[in-house]
Design a protein around this ligand. Sequence first.
Ligand code: RFL
Length: 388
Amino acid sequence: MVVLGAGPAGLVLGNLLLRSGIGCVILERATREHVQTRARAGFLAANTARVLARNGLDAGLRSRGREHSVCEFRTEDARFRLDYSRLGQGERHTVYPQQELVTDLLAQYLDAGGQILFEAEAVAVRDADGTRPWVEVRDADGRPSRWDARYVAGCDGRHGAARRSIPPGAVRRHHRNHGVSWLGVLAEAPPSLDAVGYALHPRGFAGHMARTPETTRYYLQCAPGTSPDAWPDDRIWDELTVRMRAADYGALRHGPIVQRAVVDLESDVLEPLRHGSLFLVGDAASLISPSAAKGANLAVLEAEILARALVDDLTKADPESLNRYSAQCLAYIWRAQEFSHWMIRLLHRAPGTDDEALFQDQLRRARIESLRTSRTHQDWFAENYVGV
Ligand code: RFL
């Protein structure tokens, strides 16, 4: 078995295959240092914690993750908080930076004797439509090599080799650019509030998400095509202060901005998630906008589903679960996409001032008001917000 990519998807899959005695190698384009320090997700759903726990992969999460269950909305009209551990299914998030999860998963994989090659870039997956696929690989010095397998798992993200290797027309790609961009920054500053903050302001959306007691992720809606360099630290803090209404609700805790990037809010889903002997997992299967913090959670869930199916196929000659893999994961993916799409329309004004934009904006305000006042709506929100 060849697994492309050492993100959450590839490392969960690698650990589970190894434990079941299935020979596998993980091929990772980046260095070990890079994958262990790449700051991305932080909010892990209750189901993700359960998947990691039942597979004995949650030691770090249990000791260093922090439970989280409150979000605070700051709107043109009001401020309100929802404690989602008291709503819906009563579940919480665990805040645990993705790079720490990746570090834990990698250490467990290596301790168990797992094989991984860093700086090994998959160039293409060949012969995936047959039963003897192989991966063309290039190392950091450009030297080629070849890895043969019974199956290949594409856990190499949206721009990886797995997606590129699928012939045109073999798989359908549903794609949507939501026309909204966020400047995402990581601040070396303690969180400013004890909740996820969603600020809806005439100047655009601003978001606040704790990562660790010393670091906080903030988001600022910005014009599509904006360069992150146009946002020096002072401008970021000034804009966050205005949009988060710090004058009314409490000052923000400042610190140096150590990472800044502009993210276009986009969604895509490939269908099916399989081409012959090649399976797509995590961001390679579906890209989901960060508006609802679902990407890493889906990656972990899909990796577990695929691992179980591969074990059935390879050790019991039972291909049924593998044949169901795509449909089973797509059901979760589309539900997450639907909620994430709903979040985008909750958090952003429609661009423009024409009749349609004004109409959409009144709908958005009604949506927020319903969320503020309706227990039924809050239960629905909580169930989808923390679930996958
Ligand atoms: P990853 O983590 O991108 O890992 C893919 C790995 O594949 C390697 N690779 C290759 N290796 C070999 N050959 C090639 N040709 C290769 N091409 C790529 C890469 O180097 C990398 O190591 O994918 P995976 O495992 O599917 O995991 C997906 C998650 O990383 C992603 O969905 C989340 O980070 C999304 N996300 C969030 N998800 C959550 O569940 N909760 C959150 O709070 C959350 N916050 C976020 C996020 C994503 C963000 N960005 C990137 C927009 C916050 C941000 C800012």
